[in-house]
Design a protein around this ligand. Structure first.
Ligand code: C2E
Ligand code: CA
Ligand code: CA
Length: 823
């Protein structure tokens, strides 16, 4: 007889709910498993197995309570316990397997097999535990179906769960986990109800024996209810505990996630490039600053080797370093900073500062590099050293650099017993070019001069700019002879004209040479002595070289004393003017006088202007002295006029430095006004250096000319200018230099020169004066050549004003005698 049965729907619902909750709890626990190890792992494994095992069991028995059979039912204790044990053990095995190979399908498959086996075994053993007066007959088809349902659903549940788990950072993870729990719940309850559907209960009549045979070991439904209650209690405790722990864990994860996000944003927005690479040097992270520094976008560089940002010549060393580090047994590097070079995407190599750290995890080593672009800083550093050691205009080493190098070279020369030469080079007339043509021309000239001289140096030598128009050359391993030769070559080289814009510039240099070891054992002394020798070269007429000699120091000392004395002389009225008459060749009358300065030194006596005028020019004192000369001479001329002497020309020597003063014309004008001298009796003697720069000179000369002043070219024949060149200058007088006159009767060549100058001057309508006439023969030959005037010891040395008066007096008397004679 087949028995009838019905279900209590509420209990059915509760049973399913229990299956779902148990699934949820145990799946969560399983996910913990993979992150734990040792004891903790076993605890979680046990908890998970119990959770799901009891869940399956509770589901089963609550569902059984929901199932009312028309006969009383008891349960066999042993089999009930066995069913629990089977469920728990099967789940434990399943979870152990699943948690090892979470990502692998096969492990999930085997896990699902064990879980479904657990569910099925529990169910059918649980069914066997029923003690009643009926036999259970299973429909084989539904029986197999129940097992298939259990397997497929648990497989789906596990798969879904771990899929969601893997992508846990997405939204609604909890809901997704609940969904997979529902599927697992479906596996359990689906199996159960299908299994129940497979069963039919065939009454066997009242078989008390059978029932009693088991009575001692059987439990009734009340006990069953308690058991389930306890099971549920255990289950809920586990669930609660696990969710509590889970929340703690989640909080921690959230916190980690937050920190991770924060680090990510810091890394992405950092000013320094942050690059991560794996042990093979493959780039795995690349921030914004790295993009800005190396020009590679994140997506084009990730996965590439670090080699792409390392200049080719460093790659080998870099790769070796990487391998060595890994081979060294993973000692960690934290924040080691080095300065290296990097390679940009556009091929540009630039300076970087790399701070390297390594991180070793399990078997892998990772490299993290913080990279800073220091090319700007490097550039600045270089600029600073250049500023400190290089002359910015010519880019030559400067004085500081030179001193260091010279000291080293001296040490080297001492060791090798070699001699060393120091050349001190000063340009002649540079100040003049700079003042008249402007600084840009001057600068250009300095650069060109440095280029020309650079030709003469080799690697071990050094050319430095000492400042202004001074250069120093150091030649280690150079003897006297060679130094002389090279000095002459440099002098010749500099004589060649320089071209700049429309100017053709001529320059020369003076070179002083000191030798190691004769002239000093220290850098400073060698430079100082070369400088002293250079002054000697200047004194010797410039455009020459001089070796230092010890007597030069005495000379320098004398010069120093002289300079100090000269400053005092101006204040102490030690200066005086002498006058030398200029005589008409044919009449022998005094046409003019040349004012010549004298210095009456309180101790040294009379000092020659040839000695102190160059010094005054060098120091600038010439301006003050020159103005005094003009004023004194003009006052004297006016005085003679007042005293009634026939008016004569007053010739005044003007030095280049005076003439170049922009206030020069005004100063002269002021003096004329003050002294009330008639400008037609005032003559300025200029040297050829003045007229070398016509652009500046001509307008000034014209201004002076307009004032009625006469202009004379002094020392003619010694300079560079040609006669034809003079046409453009508004000159009145030409003075033939003394050097031609002194040999005019001995040297045929000089005689020819004098004659040519006189002819030329006459044709240009210039008054010609011969200087330094000492003999009557000289005068005679000048007369024959048609010279206008002469000046020299033959007539008179330069004399004091009072003596000039006597000469003027005599001249006046002679004139009147001549006039009488004529009459
Ligand atoms: P300088 O302008 O060529 O002056 C002529 C020089 O020749 C004078 O030398 C004069 O004394 C000298 N002298 C004249 N006749 C004879 C002679 O027959 N035989 C010889 N051997 N010498 C003669 P001093 O006075 O010593 O002047 C030397 C130079 O100093 C001048 O050469 C001139 O360049 C400069 N100087 C003199 N006074 C002044 C001045 O007030 N201002 C400037 N800027 N320079 C001056
Ligand atoms: Ca003169
Ligand atoms: Ca002269």
């Amino acid at each position: 007889m087949e028995l009838t049965s019905y279900y209590n729907i509420t209990l059915v619902f509760i049973s399913i709910l229990i299956a779902v909750i148990a699934s949820y709890a145990s799946l969560n626990i399983v996910s913990r498993l993979r992150r734990s190890s040792g004891m903790v792992r076993y605890i979680w494994l046990t908890a998970g197995a119990f959770s799901l095992g009891f869940g399956i069991w509770s589901m089963h028995f609550i569902a059984m309570l929901a199932h009312h059979l028309s006969i009383p039912v008891m349960y066999d204790t042993f089999l009930v316990v066995l069913s629990i044990v089977l469920a728990v053990v099967a789940c434990a095995i399943a979870f152990a397997i699943v948690s090892i190979g979470l990502n692998r399908g096969l492990f999930i498959f085997i896990g699902a097999a064990f879980i479904s086996a657990g569910i099925a075994l529990m169910h059918y053993v649980g069914m066997e535990a029923m003690v009643m007066d009926a036999a259970i007959i299973y429909d084989p088809l539904l029986f197999v179906l129940s097992i298939i349902i259990a397997f497929v659903a648990s497989l789906a549940a596990l798969y879904l769960f771990f899929y969601f788990e893997k992508n846990a950072n997405q939204k609604y993870t909890h809901l997704k986990k609940i969904a997979s729990s529902l599927v697992m719940g479906a596996a359990i309850s689906g199996m159960h109800f299908t299994g129940m559907a497979a069963a039919t209960y065939e009454s066997m009549g009242i078989d008390h024996n059978h029932a009693h045979a088991h009575s001692s070991a059987a439990i009734n439904t009340t006990v069953m209810g308690f058991s389930i209650g306890i099971g549920m209690f255990l289950l809920l405790t586990i669930i609660l505990a696990s969710t509590f722990l889970d929340r703690r864990f989640q909080q921690k994860t959230d916190q980690l996630q937050f920190l991770d996000n924060m680090y990510q944003s810091i890394i992405m927005t950092a000013n320094d490039a942050i690059v991560l690479a794996d042990s093979n040097g493959n780039i795995i992270a690349w921030n914004n600053a790295a993009e800005a520094i190396f020009y590679y976008k994140e997506n084009e560089i990730i996965g590439k080797n670090l080699d792409v940002i390392i200049p080719v010549n460093y790659r080998k060393a870099h790769n070796k370093g990487l391998k060595d580090f890994i081979a060294s047994g993973k000692e960690q590097i934290i924040g080691k900073s080095v300065e290296l070079e990097g390679l940009r995407k556009n091929g540009e190599v630039f300076s970087i500062e790399l701070t390297l750290s390594t991180l070793t995890n399990d078997e892998n080593t990772y490299f993290s590099g913080i990279i800073r672009d220091i090319s700007e800083r490097k550039k600045n550093e270089k600029k600073i050293t250049e500023l400190v050691y290089r002359d910015p205009l010519t880019n030559l080493p400067n004085r500081r650099f030179l001193n260091n190098y010279l000291s080293l070279s001296i040490e080297q020369a001492a060791i090798n017993h070699q001699s060393l030469a120091v050349l001190f080079i000063d340009l002649d007339r540079f100040k003049y070019i700079n003042d008249t043509l402007g600084h840009s021309v001057g600068d250009h000239l300095l650069v060109e001069v440095s280029k020309r001289m650079s030709k003469y140096i080799e690697k071990k030598d050094m050319l430095a700019r000492q400042g202004g128009d001074e250069y120093i050359l150091i030649f280690p391993q150079m003897n006297h002879q060679h130094a002389a030769k090279i000095s002459q070559q440099i002098l010749d080289e500099l004589l060649m004209p320089f071209h700049f814009e429309d100017n053709e510039l001529f320059i020369s240099a003076s070179i002083g040479i000191s030798m190691y070891p004769e002239d000093g054992g220290e850098a400073d002394l060698l430079v100082k002595n070369a400088d002293t020798a250079m002054y000697r070269a200047k004194d010797n007429g410039k455009n020459n070289y001089q070796f230092f000699t010890s007597d030069m120091n005495d000379l320098m000392a004398k010069k120093m004393r002289l300079e100090i004395g000269l400053r005092k002389a101006v204040i102490n009225n030690e200066l005086e003017l002498y006058y030398q008459p200029q005589i008409h060749v044919n009449t022998g009358h005094i046409k003019g006088v040349e004012a010549l300065i004298r210095w009456n030194h309180p101790k040294m006596g009379t000092v020659s202007p040839a000695e102190f005028i160059p010094l005054a020019e060098e120091t600038g004192l010439i301006i003050q002295i020159g103005n005094w000369v003009i004023e004194t001479a003009c006052r004297q001329a006016k005085e003679w006029e007042i005293q009634g002497y026939a008016p004569v020309r007053m010739s005044i020597n003007i030095s280049a430095r005076q003439f170049q003063q922009t206030s020069f014309v005004d100063t002269v004008m002021e003096i004329i006004e003050n002294t009330k001298i008639d400008p037609q009796y005032l003559e300025l003697e200029l040297t050829e250096t003045i007229v070398q720069d016509p652009v500046y000179a001509i307008p000034v000369l014209n201004q002076l000319k307009e004032m009625g002043i006469k202009l004379s070219l002094d020392d003619f024949g010694t300079g560079y200018s040609s006669l034809s060149y003079l046409k453009s200058f508004p000159l009145d007088t030409l003075k033939i230099d003394r050097s031609f006159i002194s040999t005019v009767n001995e040297s045929g060549k000089d005689a020819a020169i004098v004659k040519t100058i006189i002819n030329m001057a006459n044709s240009l309508d210039l008054n010609v004066i011969a200087e330094g006439v000492e003999t009557n023969e000289q005068l005679l030959s000048l007369k024959q050549d048609g010279c206008d005037e002469y000046q020299g010891y033959l007539f008179s040395k330069p004399v004091k004003a009072l003596e000039v008066q006597e000469l003027l007096q005599k001249c006046m008397e002679e004139k009147s005698l001549e006039q009488i004679a004529e009459v």
